[in-house]
Design a protein around this ligand. Structure first.
Ligand code: ATP
Length: 236
């Protein structure tokens, strides 16, 4: 279980997060919804130990503090992060990208089983193992990025705008795959513009405005909340 308490972040004089409290349980999918600039990416980056600003607060994974650790130790502790824009190694093959995901100590011992799990989830990555990653389509590159994060054998998988640039069909497929990932017991924390699809697969959601959590509820309740519909679902 991931527990974030009083997490603050600032870029110089600009306060991006004003004290955030959230939790993500094992096997749970949690979505963060908010307008542009609300602080969503900063929140994920601060949890991952990758925020460029000044941070304070508490981040615990299964009761152990991970706040302030170097990013690679946070991966080792069990949190994998797929940043916006994916960050795959374009000049390496699909398989090489996946193997690089297993660099952390605890994942190395299970890397064969983890690779099988990734191939089971994304059969296309097995078919295209030797293809150079940058020649894959946008949706396929997103699969590579998620597959690589899963190779770190995380307890919590964090994704920043995973459906960005994907067609509606590929986005649907992606969210279906996230459901399958969470069914293995992995917790998923997701930032998404596509509120409708992401709430459709999530257990819970948080609303973030100006660096503060302004709402929290079960995903089905958020989908039916008129204020959420007006703000994030195009009045649907
Ligand atoms: P979006 O949906 O547009 O990606 P967001 O909710 O993810 O937005 P953040 O990227 O977390 O928002 O940004 C929160 C605030 O912090 C914004 O005002 C942004 O300009 C600022 N910010 C983010 N990163 C930096 C940085 N490296 N240096 C300075 N300011 C930053």
């Amino acid at each position: 279980m991931l527990t974030v308490s009083s997490l603050k972040a600032a870029y110089g004089m600009h306060r991006a997060l004003g004290g955030i409290d959230i939790t993500v349980g094992a096997g749970e999918i949690v979505v963060i919804l908010g307008a542009n600039g609300a602080g969503k990416s900063t929140l994920l980056r601060a949890i991952a130990g990758m925020c460029e600003g000044q941070t304070s607060g508490e981040v615990n994974l299964d009761g152990k503090s991970i706040f302030g650790m170097p990013a690679e130790d946070i991966v080792e502790a069990g949190i994998a992060f797929v940043p916006e824009g994916r960050g795959i190694f374009g000049d390496l093959s699909v398989t090489e990208n996946l193997q690089l995901g297993a660099y952390c100590r605890h994942a190395r011992t299970n890397s064969v089983a983890n690779l099988e799990q990734v191939y089971d989830l994304f059969p296309k990555l097995k078919e295209r193992g030797r293809q150079i990653a940058r020649t894959m389509s946008g949706g396929e590159q997103q699969m590579v990025a998620i597959g690589r994060a899963m190779m770190a054998d995380p307890k919590i998988l964090m994704l920043d705008e995973p459906s960005l640039g994907l067609s509606p069909l590929l986005s649907k497929e992606l969210f279906h795959n996230l459901s399958r990932i969470s069914a293995t017991g992995m917790g998923v924390l997701l930032v998404e513009q596509n509120a409708k699809l992401s709430l459709g697969i999530s257990d819970r959601g948080y609303l973030i405005e100006n660096g503060a959590i302004t709402g929290e509820n079960r995903a089905d309740a958020l989908l039916n909340d008129p204020a959420v519909q007006a703000a994030y679902l195009g009045g649907a």
